[in-house]
Design a binder for this molecule. Structure first.
Ligand code: ZN
Ligand code: ZN
Length: 185
């Protein structure tokens, strides 16, 4: 995602609009959620030539797919990410007074958007994504999604029923469908 800056030029105040759809690389992800590789990321950016370099502002819209941290259900969503970043010219004061990893740099006539996009996406991906804000998670007893179960789902009731059935079977002679253990002679 290298942007050719020759069209923009170095005159302070010059501007260029960028409206582009790009395929997501495979590393826009964290453990439970990420942008599917090859999915379309939509960029609406403005490049503005300033004294020290090029200011990139705008937003990126990226589709994400993940698993809910509470109920493990897969889900999809779209993230809208704001972008504002200065790329410094080689030899500018900003470049001279910043550490290597503090400022993004312009490489000759080009500006590489990819590291900026990756950082922006990854820093905005939730570490504990949820399928819905009020997802109730899983039942600790049976592991089913609580949102899929009736509101009165509890295991005391179920256990009591099973206990009743169990005692009924125990008192009858042999379970149905089973041959009673008898010995021939
Ligand atoms: Zn969930
Ligand atoms: Zn349960």
């Amino acid at each position: 995602m290298r942007i050719d800056l020759r069209e923009l030029g170095r005159r302070a105040g010059a501007m260029q609009e960028l409206d582009r759809t790009v395929p997501a690389p495979p590393d826009w992800r964290v453990e439970l959620i990420g942008v599917p590789a090859g999915a379309e990321a939509h960029l609406r950016l403005r490049l503005e030539s300033v004294m020290e370099g090029v200011l990139v502002t705008g937003d990126a819209e990226v589709p994400v797919a993940g698993s809910c941290a509470r109920c493990l259900e897969p889900f999809e969503d779209t993230l809208e990410l704001g972008i504002q970043e200065l790329y410094a010219y080689a030899g500018s004061t900003t470049e001279a007074t910043s550490e290597e990893d503090e400022v993004r740099r312009i490489d000759g006539d080009f500006l590489d958007l990819e590291p900026l996009l990756r950082d922006t996406v990854v820093l905005n991906l939730p570490l504990a994504p949820v399928c819905t804000e009020d997802c109730a998670g899983l039942c600790v007893d049976c592991g089913q999604r609580l949102d899929d179960l009736p509101a009165d789902h509890t295991h005391e009731v179920v256990d009591a029923r099973w206990a009743g059935l169990a005692s009924k079977f125990a008192s009858s002679s042999g379970a149905p469908g089973e041959t009673p253990p008898t010995k021939e002679n």
